[in-house]
Design a protein around this ligand. Sequence first.
Ligand code: PFF
Length: 537
Amino acid sequence: MATATKQPARREAFGSRNVFILSAIGSAVGLGNIWRFPYVAYEGGGGAFLIPYLCALLTAGIPLLFFDYAIGHRFRGSAPLAFRRLHRAAEPLGWWQVLICVVIAVYYAVIIAWSAMYTWFSAQLTWGKGNENDFFFSDFLQMADVKEVGVSTQFVPQVGIPLVLVWLVVIVIMCLGVKRGIGAANMILMPLLSLMFLVLVVQSLFLPGALDGLNAFFTPDWKALANPAVWASAYGHIFFSLSVAFGIMVTYSSYLKRRTDLTGSGLVVAFANSSFEILAGIGVFAALGFMAAAQGTDVSGVASSGIGLAFIAFPTIVSNATGGSIIGVLFFGALVFAGVTSLISILEVIVAALQDKLGWRRVPTTLVVAIPLAAISTALFSTTTALAVLDTADAFVNAFGIMAVALVAVIVVAWFLHKLPALQEHLNRRSSFRVGTVWKLLVGVLAPLVLGYLLVNELIAKISAPYGDYPGWFLSIFGWGMAIALILGGVALSFVPWSKSSHAKDDSDYDEFLLDEAYDPDPETGSIRVATQGGAR
Ligand code: PFF
């Protein structure tokens, strides 16, 4: 009898669909929206970029978001368990995603720590006027060249201490669980983040020169639409922006109640994420317009993205604008909040996977996962060569981690396992927005073509010239070596046996979860067991 086996720790759930939606938005809205999108859009034709962007969103971003939701919700598991239930041979895909999340988590936390310090610095303009560049690289990071010193172990306390604090905060949130930790954190941080961002954008719009910035951002360059690289960057951006193929959406949707509108939620998440991005574009370019005017140059001369935008351009704006400190506190505070809600989502992928595999409870699993990660993160990223490691790991894990696993996943699920019809049916069971053949074609044909194209481009670029001009030995460890290790590690982990008390030993759970139409998990116990004989639970 199925009930004779030891019961695994019960599966957690979000308090409501709205909490799920807010948490999914919290994950999607991250550093990518704030510091990446504005520049990608500006470079890709300004106002004209909206066309490839919307195409990418509608034809790839949203369809793949539905794909992730369908897998997580139908198979009710963390990434490895959900893929395993899809097909035993697909389990390595889930572990590959888990390991990708390990890499991202260790460096993402550092950027949050920098942002936290810069929130504090903004209040007092610590970096001094005209010295923003040197301050970041020399005074704050105390950066050393890997070509000269190798991988340094010299501790930089002003990075290391806030980094440990960031880890402490996220560990506490994670220990509190899905409902009281992740859900509650998003319920508090997301409205706050939106409010801060709105105030920031409005304030930027009143800076002198703001209009020039907006003109630069929105003026359409229609010629850009003829450039395939612009389309590729729109697709590349949308995958990252919506956090698809990280395992995050699979994990989060496994915490949703059985009867729920999956596609409707997905549409809300996707459009909220895009609205946030566009708002960020307006705020960032209004501020850059001010900076250009103050320096007597063109917006093109000051526009940048990523670390350059956040830690050099923004501090310059903060130094020069009236009320600059407020802009700085709002901007860096927003980076911290957006970052924390994304970091917890990525950690949940790892914690959920281990919980499923071992059948352990939340707190011990969280501690076993997060303490070593915090230690690695601090050891690697509070040293003088942290930036080079971060830059390389980020570039390689995005291309040969996320993009590659997305490509393999859609090919395996669509072409080898022929599971798209089953996933389509699952999506349509309860959803307000029904998906049909078009969805299957987008996920099964268009997505692999686009991802394949992007991946080949990345391979050619990274083979033909050493990334970031870093030394070969360095790239082979933190770039290529890391990316290959994630794949091998993923396969290896799929051979580790599932513990007797793990969720995977209880396949009857999710079978019955699927079959019994009139069934919802008990909100108190979270139990999804339905007696195989005798009718009632
Ligand atoms: N969509 C997220 C972003 O824009 O930053 C992607 C992400 C990155 C999610 C890192 C989670 C994470 F930890």
